[in-house]
Design a binder for this molecule. Structure first.
Ligand code: GDP
Ligand code: ZN
Length: 288
């Protein structure tokens, strides 16, 4: 038996990448009986026979996204653009929150830097600086910042998410074009315009993979997130959350350390405003 990772799935077949090459595999029958579906990103053990094989064992998952159906995602690239469209920062904060509640590390990408000047970049940099979340400025059109981005990504599986029209498909294509190996696999799987969609992982570097379909298409706060969870999307608030009330939501309460830090400009006003908006969005739900 050899170990590997599922890098694509189509019509009940799975491509498993191993040290000894790529194998086209079917899961053994027991998985179906147990209603366990292998997912792209799953670590598996296979029994190989020439270039084909059987998936015999699926290792336990660190995480599972449902749309796209991908296991073990560690990072979310949250893509926005500086212009056309200008960034919806409330949506960005929502996606940061949704990533962090899934245990997924967010990384912010601001695309289309070719449309503006440096001062605009600095404005957005300033808003997210204190959060500690990594930020990259790119122009996919001019291929500016792409190599640097690739080089700085740590090992793991990445999913791309963000506002529509910001260049997500362009980014996936730009990153995929540079990688012939996966390009060939994709062709063999019929990743053309006329075939049904399937999910696969693009290999960006050794042990660095990008899901080729944008994720987190649910642009609302995830189900199950409560008012007290919203702060999880705002790591910069943690050190100031020494408030009079132990369960302070940093909203209308008096003697609030977070509000004090906003006044002193240690926490960015825009981030705080969006934090309150997210609280209010949740309050409109019955089940928070
Ligand atoms: P998606 O909806 O996020 O997948 O966005 P697309 O990849 O479809 O891109 C939307 C539009 O933005 C297209 O017209 C792209 O050509 C354009 N676009 C993508 N990247 C850039 C960029 O870096 N600069 C500029 N000016 N336009 C870009
Ligand atoms: Zn407080």
């Amino acid at each position: 038996m050899i170990e590997g990772m599922i890098i694509s799935s189509i019509a009940g077949y799975y491509h498993v990448q191993t040290d000894q090459g790529l194998f086209l595999c079917k899961p053994r029958g027991i998985f179906r009986k147990e209603k366990r579906t292998p997912a792209v990103g799953d670590r598996v053990r296979i029994l190989p026979e020439q270039n084909e094989g059987t998936i015999e064992y699926i290792y336990s998952r660190m995480s599972l996204l449902t749309r796209p159906f991908v296991a073990n995602v560690s990072y979310a690239l949250l893509q926005f653009s500086i212009r056309d469209p200008s960034p919806d920062l409330l949506l960005l904060d929502t996606l940061i929150l949704n990533s962090l509640v899934h245990g997924i590390t967010p990384i912010i990408l601001f695309n289309k830097t070719d449309l503006t000047d440096q001062t605009e970049n600095e404005r957005y940099q300033a808003i997210y600086q204190a959060s500690g979340i990594a930020i990259h400025f790119l122009s996919v059109l001019q291929r500016d910042g792409l190599d640097y981005l690739k080089q700085t990504l740590g090992k793991g599986i990445y999913v791309l998410a963000g506002q529509s029209g910001v260049g997500k498909s362009s980014l996936i294509n730009a990153l995929a074009d540079a990688d012939l190996t996966t390009g060939q696999i994709s062709d063999r799987l019929g990743r053309g315009k006329h075939t049904t969609r399937h999910t696969s992982l693009l290999k960006l570097r050794e042990e660095v993979y990008l899901v080729d379909t944008p994720g987190f298409q649910n642009l609302d706060i995830e189900e199950g997130v409560s008012l007290k969870d919203v702060v999880l999307g705002y790591p910069e608030m943690e050190e100031y959350a020494q408030c009079q009330y132990y369960n302070c939501l940093h909203d209308r309460e008096p003697k609030c350390g977070v509000k004090q830090a906003v006044k002193e400009r240690r926490i960015h006003e825009t981030r705080y405003e969006n934090y309150v908006k997210l609280l209010n969005e949740l309050r409109l739900r019955k089940d928070y």
